[in-house]
Design a protein around this ligand. Structure first.
Ligand code: HEC
Ligand code: HEC
Length: 214
């Protein structure tokens, strides 16, 4: 785990903003979103494919509605404030750094415009064959193809980092994520994570999810 002093500082962020960083610009991406992305990419990677060392997941291509909601959740302390949420507490100050809702909308639009990146798997010991049956109850919200469902608020999982999904399933199960009374969408996931009896079951369902191609 990286010591705190190695994480990007606000000063570094400001320097990056002044230096007008070169992000991978998708056609429709707005200038402000790209400018803000210069800060985010220090942890999430220039292509948005994530950096396990910083516990920062792959986020490139996630839909705007999901990115906006999660940024607002971090901002309002609905996510990333639980005492045991080590990774969420790293992200929360970054969302607070986005001062206005217009900036949240701008950077979310930019994240959504990035081509999705499928991160290399890092978890060992999961069985996709065993995970297929465990994925059956997930289909109702995340879809058979893992592409998610905006009406139900369930994000796509097809480009999520496998190590990140394991942490999130553990966090939902333990109430580290999704237990804030205001977290209406996170609350939907808590009972689902509890369906997975142990870490092996989680690794199996994740191994199955990583076989899904949109
Ligand atoms: C200091 C490193 C760091 C920086 C800088 C950073 N993030 Fe994060 N981000 C993280 C970590 C760590 C997580 C995982 C949080 C968790 O485990 O709950 C995360 C999670 C997220 C998520 C949730 C992903 C999901 O699938 O739910 C989004 C969205 C996100 N970051 C967007 C951004 C944006 C936009 C910026 C720039 C304004 C940014 N991040 C800057 C570390 C960082
Ligand atoms: C009732 C609908 C529903 C079902 C069924 C469901 N999920 Fe979810 N899931 C959600 C919602 C909503 C979220 C977003 C929660 C939030 O905003 O914090 C989510 C989030 C997640 C995340 C975190 C994604 C991210 O980017 O942070 C993972 C991983 C996940 N679900 C896996 C599963 C698995 C595996 C199953 C089956 C065992 C499952 N889900 C079943 C609704 C559901």
């Amino acid at each position: 785990m990286a010591p705190m002093w190695r994480l990007p500082t606000l000063a570094a962020a400001l320097a990056l903003l002044l230096a007008a960083p070169a992000g991978r610009a998708a056609d429709e991406a707005n200038g402000r979103g790209r400018e803000l992305w210069g800060f985010c990419q220090q942890c999430h990677g220039a292509d948005g494919g994530g950096t396990p060392l910083y516990l920062a997941p792959s986020i490139a291509g996630l839909p705007t509605w999901y990115v906006e909601r999660e940024l607002r959740n971090f901002h309002e302390g609905i996510r990333g404030t639980h005492f045991d949420d080590v990774s969420g507490m790293r992200m929360r100050p970054m969302a607070l750094w986005l001062r206005t809702d217009a900036d949240i909308v701008a950077v979310a639009g930019y994240v959504a415009s990035l081509p999705p990146v499928k991160p290399a798997p890092v978890l060992a010991g999961g069985s996709a064959a065993a995970g297929a049956a465990l994925y059956a109850p997930c289909i109702a919200c995340h879809g058979a193809d893992g592409r998610g469902n905006e009406q139900l608020g369930a994000p796509p999982l097809t480009h999520a980092s496998d190590w990140y999904m394991l942490t999130q399933l553990q966090h939902f199960k333990q109430g580290v994520r999704g237990s804030d009374p205001r977290d209406v969408k996170g609350a939907l996931m808590v009972p689902m994570a509890k369906l997975l009896p142990d870490e092996q079951a989680m690794k199996n369902v994740i191994a199955y999810i990583t076989t899904l191609e949109p």
